[in-house]
Design a protein. Structure first.
Length: 669
């Protein structure tokens, strides 16, 4: 049995599944003050529902928001930085670009390391070797007499060109461990293998600042899990692969997008089972909405992204997030306009309708007033919805806006959907991709409620709603494979870019990634990042195992023409970075739908575009072959699917609801 547990801002989800067996699920309110409490509550509940003992669980995969929340809330460790003398302020100088083009006084985020905790190391490496060796005696003085009195909880070491010449960083790391005891140390040469000083330094600082908190959390969770007979948790990385708890604790920066990455894995699994290679994924939880694109059964990755205004130069799935979730708070701005988010009611107190003391109107409250959530269908943990509380919260905002409560509720929904629509357009239309050729796959507890409206706006005619849509991130965790990533800046061009040099650099990284995997390797992926000489940034080329430089150059020219509309066959091409990813084996999961009989139908009034329509209500599991005709509302075990007029479909053997909009014929329409 495989266990996946995902911690969200509002709920904590658990999935227990075996190869070729059904899915057992649980959803409990998150416990932000101590996330492990909610995790163990969810585990206890899903084991009880499945009738399985903890000792029968073979693997425990975990995705969480510990590192992300700590970064967003500023709850980081007291961190020091050692950089090359003269370069200690690189994290404050950054790229010297504006945070906002038209807000001239708006600055970037405050550096995680203040000036008084930055120390210069008397050394210097250049791109071609050592220019000034680091004297061990001077290094000991730096650590023992300058760094130690500042009493840091973590230390980041990022020296010039250490991606190629790491000896100085390793010497400093050994001295810090010797002289400062349990202080956490992050070395850039072990974390980021590529050049660009600012991004490499900022990533190392972020890693050091978050690792003590995440390490404490994972050690506590591992102890509690082992005490209960569970295996030690494996942790989802931002790249979509699992790593062991010890490595995640040492390098928290690897897990900043841990939770959303699990959802992408679950979407990949369900899309493959449904035979859909091109899918637009849309994960709407209680706090935020994450979107990503599956194109040709592949999810785009990025080697560098920004989190809370800070660069993260590590492999991550290309996921875009906006602050629009079920718990997003609706409000009136100074100009009198209705706004939604990014502030959220979270898990505590939650939306007003949760009856936990919340008074602010949220998207969930609006859906309840419009009949799109059922007051007599409890949410996770038996949480009952209070319509009168939702009405009171929305009515207060409605009075401010000068409208009635139901109109205000519909306005809240439309504004929230416009935020999510912008995110979906960002990863499709704004990148030259036509969304009409894709199916929309909604998940998260709130996603299926808004899927049809978003699909209609984008011209999408097919929707895939998984049976486990409310816990799909946890299912993706259970289905994930171990993964290790290694990258290196090689700077090969002209006469130096030979088949021998290319093979040697690539094979070394493949061997390093495979050795770090600690498991039989099932597949490997090699990406070469190239540019024309004089350009500032690179394009990745998927020529995995080629040793032919001319093939790389040709593939790069084609990619450059596709991206920028031109190629320059007379220009010299540089191979800048090589990135290698190695995976272990993934479990062969094929979730099956419920075998129960079709539940009895009832009719309820639901408001669509200001009109009250009688909609068919389906409760609980939907067996294969169950027909659906809008208007309808499906109260699934962990989510609610809204089927508006004009949409219809049925349930497949895996429990996925396949919906099509009226007038759809062939796939090419």
């Amino acid at each position: 049995m495989l266990l996946g547990v995902d911690v969200g801002g509002t709920f904590t989800d658990a999935v227990l599944v075996g190869e070729g067996s059904g899915i057992h699920t649980a959803k409990v309110p998150s416990t932000p003050a101590e996330q492990s409490v909610g995790v163990l509550d969810a585990v206890r509940l899903v084991l009880a529902r499945a009738g399985v003992r903890a000792e029968q669980v073979e693997r425990f995969a975990h995705g969480m928001t510990v590192a992300t929340n700590a970064l967003l809330e500023g709850r980081t460790a007291r961190t020091a930085l050692i950089a090359t003398e003269g370069f200690t302020d690189v994290i404050e100088l950054a790229r010297q670009d504006r945070a906002s083009l038209y807000e001239l006084c708006r600055g970037g985020p405050v550096p995680l390391v203040p000036a008084q905790l930055r120390f210069g190391a008397p050394e210097r490496n250049g791109p071609d070797g050592t220019l000034r060796a680091l004297d061990p005696a001077l290094a000991r003085t730096l650590v023992g007499e300058q760094l130690a009195p500042s009493r840091p909880q973590a230390v980041a070491v990022a020296l010039l060109h250490s991606y190629a010449y790491p000896d100085h960083e390793r010497l400093l790391g050994e001295l810090i461990s010797e002289l400062l005891g349990d202080v956490h140390v992050s070395l850039s040469c072990e974390l980021v293998g590529t050049f660009r000083e600012y991004e490499r330094t900022a990533t190392t600082v972020l890693d050091a600042a978050l690792s003590p908190l995440l390490g404490s959390y994972l050690r506590s969770l591992s102890t509690d899990a082992l005490r209960r007979g569970l295996p030690e948790p494996q942790v989802m990385q931002s790249s979509g692969g699992l790593t062991d708890a010890a490595r995640a604790a040492d390098h928290a920066a690897l897990t900043v997008l841990s939770g959303p990455a699990g959802g992408v894995g679950g979407a990949l699994l369900l899309a493959e089972l449904a035979g859909e290679p091109d899918v637009l994924c849309f994960d709407m939880g209680g706090t935020s909405c994450d979107v990503c694109l599956i194109d040709g059964s592949q999810v785009a990755e990025t080697a560098e992204r920004t989190i809370a205004g800070r660069p993260l130069a590590l492999p991550a799935l290309d996921i875009h997030t906006v602050g629009a979730g079920g718990g997003s708070i609706a409000w009136r701005d100074p100009g009198g306009a209705l706004r939604v988010g990014p502030a959220s009611a979270g898990a505590v107190p939650g939306p007003a309708c949760y009856g936990r003391g919340g008074t602010s109107p949220t998207v969930t409250d609006a859906n309840l007033l419009l009949g799109r959530l059922l007051e007599d269908s409890p949410l996770a943990g038996g949480l009952a919805l209070d319509r009168s509380a939702a009405l009171g919260a929305v009515s207060g905002l409605a009075r401010e806006l000068g409208m009635d409560a139901l109109s205000c509720a519909e306005g809240i929904i439309r504004v929230a959907e416009s935020e999510m629509l912008g995110a979906l357009r960002l990863i499709t239309v704004e990148r030259g991709i036509d969304p009409r050729g894709f199916a929309l796959l909604p998940f998260g507890g709130a996603g299926p409620l808004h899927a049809a409206a978003l699909a209609s706006e984008l011209g999408i005619r097919r929707i895939l709603c998984p049976r486990a849509s409310g816990v799909l991130c946890a299912l993706g965790l259970a289905a994930a494979a171990p993964r290790r990533d290694v990258s290196r800046t090689v700077m090969l061009s002209g006469p130096s870019l030979t088949p021998e040099a290319l093979s040697a650099a690539r094979d070394s990284l493949v061997a390093e990634a495979s050795a770090a995997l600690d498991a039989p390797r099932s597949r490997v992926r090699v990406r070469h990042e190239l540019r024309y000489r004089g350009q500032s940034f690179e394009l990745p080329v998927e020529e995995s195992m080629t040793s032919d430089p001319d093939a790389l150059r040709a593939a790069f020219a084609e990619a450059h023409e596709l991206r920028y509309g031109y190629r320059d066959d007379s220009a010299e091409v540089e191979l800048v970075n090589i990135r290698v990813s190695a995976w272990g084996s993934a479990p062969a999961l094929s979730p099956q739908a419920a075998t129960a009989t079709v539940p009895a139908l009832e009719d309820r009034a639901i408001i669509f575009r200001g009109n009250s329509l009688e909609a068919s209500i389906h409760r609980g599991e939907l067996p294969p072959g169950t027909p659906l005709q809008g208007p309808a509302l499906c109260a699934l075990p962990e989510a609610t699917l809204l089927v508006p007029p004009g949409w219809s479909g049925e349930v497949d053997i895996h429990g996925t609801v396949n919906l099509r909009r009226a007038g759809t014929g062939s796939r090419e329409e």
